[in-house]
Design a protein around this ligand. Structure first.
Ligand code: 5GP
Length: 203
């Protein structure tokens, strides 16, 4: 998605060779038009699959799952990281280790909102080590729903997530695929023949 790549080049802050900060437009302050456009892209990529539900994990996946749900005209569900007092019924759950926070959460989805008969698209902001998305894949499989695929807004292709998902026979579609990065520089996978793109230095 060209527009997304352009925003990453212009407004992304590369904190290290593995961490990209996109707080200015994706996951702290959110550019609502761009978020809605990601939803349309996911709907286009998975058109014809008769998706009935979009699944994500709180918090940074929510705006993209909502956008995909709007584009596909289906509900979205987000897995919770902490059990709320209002959560009473049976849940599906899976452990997820957070790449950015260094903690492991037991994520849960109420069994009323996912089950056999559903065709599920999983969406998240980043695909990095794949831990978050694999946790959601396990939840979908536990529920008896059919997994149609995974959509990531940004994939860091140099990390192992895509390979781990594909080894589980999961179709992965990412809107921006970063081949490599370091402060001041980002390369997208389709940019093999291009020189480095300059991005804003660490903030
Ligand atoms: P994974 O489980 O694939 O390692 O990472 C998934 C989660 O970690 C994403 O949902 C995202 O919130 C966070 N994450 C992973 N890498 C990055 C990164 O480079 N920048 C930011 N802002 N978040 C990241």
């Amino acid at each position: 998605m060209k527009e997304l790549e352009e925003r990453i080049r212009q407004e992304g802050a590369i904190l290290s060779e593995t961490v990209l900060k996109v707080d200015a437009f994706l996951n702290h302050q959110v550019d609502t038009e761009l978020a809605l456009a990601t939803g349309r892209e996911f709907a286009r990529a998975f058109a014809g699959e008769k998706i009935t539900k979009v699944l994500t994990i709180e918090a940074s996946g929510i705006q993209f799952a909502m956008a995909a749900g709007i584009a596909l005209q289906v509900p979205f569900v987000y897995a919770k990281k902490k059990k709320a007092v209002t959560q009473s019924g049976s849940v599906y759950s899976a452990p997820v280790h957070s790449f950015t926070r260094g903690e492991t959460y037991q994520v849960t989805v109420d069994q009323r909102y996912l089950g056999p008969g559903d065709k599920v698209l999983i969406v998240d902001d980043f695909l990095a080590t794949g831990a978050a998305l694999i946790g959601l894949v396990d939840i979908v499989r536990e529920s008896g729903a059919e997994l149609i695929g995974v959509g990531a807004v940004i994939e860091k292709s140099f990390q192992e997530g895509r390979g781990l998902l594909e080894a589980k026979n999961v179709r992965v579609h990412s809107l921006a695929r970063i081949e490599s990065m370091k402060p001041g520089e980002v390369h997208f996978t389709q940019d093999h023949n291009e020189s480095s793109h300059r991005v804003k230095e660490k903030v």
